[in-house]
Design a protein around this ligand. Structure first.
Ligand SMILES: *Cc1c(COP(=O)(O)O)cnc(C)c1O
Length: 495
């Protein structure tokens, strides 16, 4: 039977997978969730013999049930090809007592590529299936990595336009350079005078603007979202947890059914939610370890049951996790409320009006799958240096937050379960923070000198994504106020 999707905030909208991908967000502002979480159609033994692409098909077909085998396989092979600089797509590296699942071998060297290299194919296939005639306009707010990955995915894809908003001054120099040098006639990159949460709220309000939607339709456009709330991003992210488990089994590191922990550096709660879905599909996962930086709103939530965004927004050296409203948490809240959309809606309304909500003890008791902790800036620097000094392996600042929280977890619990750390970005993306963590002396070097130095001391080749921007021309220089975002979009579309 076909799996359908419904909103987390009401009971009256049920859509197919392809419709959910096209819409991004439900009409009532809720997120689409599957009406049930499917189980795997394969054993670990079978999965362990599969390529990344085959695992992807096995997992994704359970969720995207209105795609034909041919359609889905075409999306998968188009996405996971030589854009990735390793055949394994997501290799596992053993270091410092854990397994680092390197999710940064795609076009923009951050884990967002894992989903955003397939989303354009899922989206255009969905448009065809639903007889959509309008051009799809992808509207995205980014804390740095989503933007570039979405631009790379959608650039020059026929029938699509993409507009990316990023917080001016809130992303790393390399991240900004990657975005503002993006080629493609259908791409548009805008810096906003505000932080990521403001960019995200601005995008949400444009999505919710019914009058604008009507004007757009008349002009032959309709919006969709590439943000991590889209189930077309969530589902491809489940794949690599299954793949990692199967690889550990294939390599003789674990036995069939042995539980593993998963450690995820978290911002919008998309990546860790995918791991939670994998667990619910039957993957033997013990703890889901949620790692935050100084913006530790999720740590506080897991320890107290109160989600409270009323606090200072802190710019850290892991900017892709500088988030106070973790959008995807709504899917977890919905689930632990017993799929009670009215109750979930109450919480989400409270989050808007009061900036906080408290879950019940009964809901809190369902969070035992999770462990939350955080890493301060000083601790993040320290762990980068420690792992480099002891093993020679260089991790990026986001992965370092996870590595540090994993050490805290081990100390707190004495749990020796084998653990996979989601390694979400290449250190080359956050070169300055990474290199100055290793040694203060690097602070005086230029950005691209640091790139070459990192390559030398880490004994890793400079990724293509970095070589490409070394001398690239800036093609986007629009900067706007938060309240100008809507007009900027209209102008770009010639409306
Ligand atoms: C986006 C991002 C994260 C956070 O992932 P979420 O799915 O938003 O929780 C962590 N690290 C890097 C490098 C990222 O780009």
């Amino acid at each position: 039977m076909d799996l359908l999707y419904k909103s987390t905030r009401s009971e009256n909208e049920t859509v197919t997978a392809s419709q959910a991908i096209l819409k991004g967000l439900a009409s009532d502002g809720g997120l689409f969730v599957p009406t049930s979480i499917p189980k795997f159609g394969a054993t670990i033994e079978e999965l362990s013999k599969m390529s990344y692409q085959e695992v992807a098909y096995t997992v994704m077909k359970e969720f995207l049930t209105d795609f034909t085998e041919e359609e889905l396989k075409k999306c998968i092979t188009s996405a996971y090809d030589s854009k990735f600089d390793t055949e394994e797509i997501a290799p596992l590296v053993k270091a410092n007592g854990a397994y680092y699942l390197e999710l940064f071998h795609g076009a923009t060297i951050a884990f967002k590529d894992m989903a955003l290299s397939i989303l354009p194919y899922l989206m255009t296939t969905s448009a065809k299936k639903n007889n959509v005639k309008n051009d799809i306009v992808i509207l995205t707010a980014t804390s740095g990595d989503t933007g570039k990955a979405a631009l790379a995915g959608f650039a020059d894809v026929p029938g699509t336009r993409i507009v990316v908003f990023y917080p001016k001054g809130g992303v790393s120099p390399i991240q900004e350079k990657q975005m503002v040098t993006q080629k493609g006639d259908n791409t548009f990159v805008v810096g906003i005078k505000g932080n990521f949460d403001q960019a995200q709220s601005g995008v949400k309000s444009i999505f919710g603007d019914k009058e604008l939607a009507k004007e757009m339709d008349e002009a032959g456009f309709q919006f969709s979202s590439a943000n991590s709330i889209n189930i077309g991003r969530l589902v491809p992210q489940i794949v690599y947890y299954v793949y990692a488990y199967a690889k550990l089994y294939a390599n003789g590191e674990i036995t069939d059914g042995e539980k593993i922990n998963v450690v995820v550096p978290t911002g919008n709660f998309g990546n860790i939610l995918a791991a939670y879905y994998a667990k619910n599909m039957g993957l033997p996962i013990n703890k889901l370890i949620c790692a935050s930086n100084d913006n530790k709103v999720l740590y506080d939530f897991f320890t107290t049951g109160t989600y409270d965004k009323n606090r200072d927004f802190i710019l850290t050296m892991s900017p892709s996790m500088d988030i106070l409203i973790s959008s995807n948490l709504e899917r977890l809240i919905y689930r632990i409320s017993g799929a009670d959309s009215a109750k979930n809606k109450e919480y989400m309304t409270k989050l808007v009006t009061e900036g906080k909500y408290d879950i019940t003890d009964e809901m809190k008791s369902q969070l035992t799958d999770f462990y939350g902790n955080y890493s301060t800036e000083a601790e993040t620097k320290e762990i980068i240096k420690k792992i480099y000094d002891e093993t020679g392996y260089i991790i990026d600042t986001h992965t370092a937050v996870a590595a540090d929280v994993y050490e805290k977890y081990r100390k707190d619990t004495n749990d020796t379960t084998k653990s996979v750390i989601a390694s979400t970005a290449s250190p080359f993306k956050f070169t300055r923070s990474v290199m100055t963590s290793i040694d203060d002396k690097y602070d005086s070097m230029e950005d691209f000198e640091l790139v070459d130095e990192l390559s030398k001391i880490g004994n890793v080749k400079v990724p293509n994504a970095i070589e490409e921007i070394r001398n690239a021309k800036v093609l986007h220089d629009t900067v706007c106020e938060v309240d100008e975002m809507k007009n900027v979009v209209k102008k770009f579309l010639g409306m």
